[in-house]
Ligand binder design. Structure first.
Ligand code: MG
Length: 367
């Protein structure tokens, strides 16, 4: 790992909320990553819906495999840009820890339930998991991660929420950027889901190859594959196309961002925070990514079969919320107002932490 001076530096971290003795063998970002991997919220990602609900099939992405793919892409980009790979990895592995069961349907439903209690947002919840909800250490609640990892986890945030978050919320008030490592993980997330959703969408039969050919980036890569392998079988063809889309997307990010770094010559991570966002696609590629996203929204996320799968989920989350608001003693002890004095928030914490199957089972138990 060759680092440039603008990379995050674990030996100069802004620090942890609670002081701890340094580790002899691991830097602070490695330590963050390890804490995330050992957390119970991380393990539960295995049984949380990405797009296809967990029990639809064993081949589809879950939040866990999605997070692993984001981390792999992030590390590659971080290394190319001479940023800190360990920090990028830690942020990537933690970025979805706050997701509810049942993907976006679950989040929308919980947000509606929390309308009068400050709302629910998965991104804010990821920070809440690592700051408060994980119960592993005698000396503090949460995982006591470094500022840099927490900064990266908090991708976006309303001004109102930012004011209650202390140091980590300040950049939204000052309209500043996070580290390059955090910036690149956002794009790695986007690259990961665009591509694995094409893959899962095709495998499920929801997406059709013919329709995908209307998407510029897909068509360009499909034509390359056709030229190289005119008689390739269907399964291999789609993977050859996807790997080309990924290669093009990642190369574009690396080249465009390197150019921005060359132009602005930032010397420290503090300069990075004050400059405009430096990690980005070229304008042309950004346009193509947007086209692909719009296609996926229209033909996959809003497809009747996908919507049907998650519709039921909305009801489950709503029922569970109402039940536990009225029966707080039925929640595990740690959620019974111990961590917060806000009952609705405790219920939301409990529900958000559930896996798909645990939510379904609990729903059966209470009905
Ligand atoms: Mg994600």
């Amino acid at each position: 790992m060759i680092l440039k001076p603008y990379a995050a530096d674990p030996s100069h971290t802004i620090g942890r909320q609670y002081n701890e003795t340094k580790s002899k063998f691991r830097n602070d970002f490695q330590r963050d990553r390890d804490r995330i991997i050992h957390s119970s919220a991380f393990r539960r990602l295995e049984y949380k819906t990405q797009v296809f609900v967990n029990h639809e099939g064993d081949m589809f992405r879950t939040r866990l495999t999605h997070s692993l793919e984001v981390s792999q892409i992030s590390r590659g980009i971080a290394r190319t840009l001479h940023c800190h790979e360990d920090l990028a990895e830690a942020i990537a592995l933690a970025h979805d820890l706050g997701h509810t069961p049942f993907g976006h349907a679950g989040q929308d439903s919980l947000n509606a339930c929390m309308k009068d209690f400050g709302g629910f947002e998965h991104n804010l919840q990821s920070l809440r998991v690592v700051d408060l909800l994980e119960q592993r250490y005698a000396d503090f609640d949460g995982l006591n991660l470094t500022f840099e990892t927490r900064e990266g986890i908090l991708k976006h945030c309303s001004l109102k929420n930012a004011r209650n978050l202390g140091e980590v919320g300040e950049r939204f008030i000052k309209k500043q950027q996070p580290s390059l490592e955090a910036q690149l993980v956002n794009h790695a997330d986007e690259i990961a889901y665009n591509n694995h959703d094409i893959d899962d969408g095709c495998r499920s039969g929801v997406l059709e190859f013919k329709a995908l050919m209307d998407v510029t980036l897909f068509r360009e890569c499909a034509e390359l594959v056709k030229k190289d392998y005119p008689d390739i079988d269907e399964t291999k063809r789609i993977h050859e196309i996807i790997r080309r889309i990924m290669y093009k997307s990642i190369s574009d990010i690396c080249e465009t961002s390197s150019y921005h770094l060359e132009e602005t010559k930032p010397k420290t991570i503090d300069e990075i925070r004050k400059l405009p966002k430096l990690v980005s696609f070229s304008d042309e590629m950004a346009q193509k990514q947007l086209e692909l996203k719009k296609f996926l929204r229209c033909f996959l996320y809003e497809h009747k079969r996908v919507v049907q799968m998650t519709n039921n989920a909305k009801e489950i989350v709503k029922d569970l919320f109402e039940y536990f608001i009225n029966n707080q003693s039925m929640m595990p002890e740690s959620y019974q107002n111990e961590l917060t004095t806000d009952l609705a928030r405790s219920v939301a914490d409990y529900l958000a932490g559930m896996t798909d199957r645990y939510a379904i089972k609990t729903h059966k138990d209470i009905s």
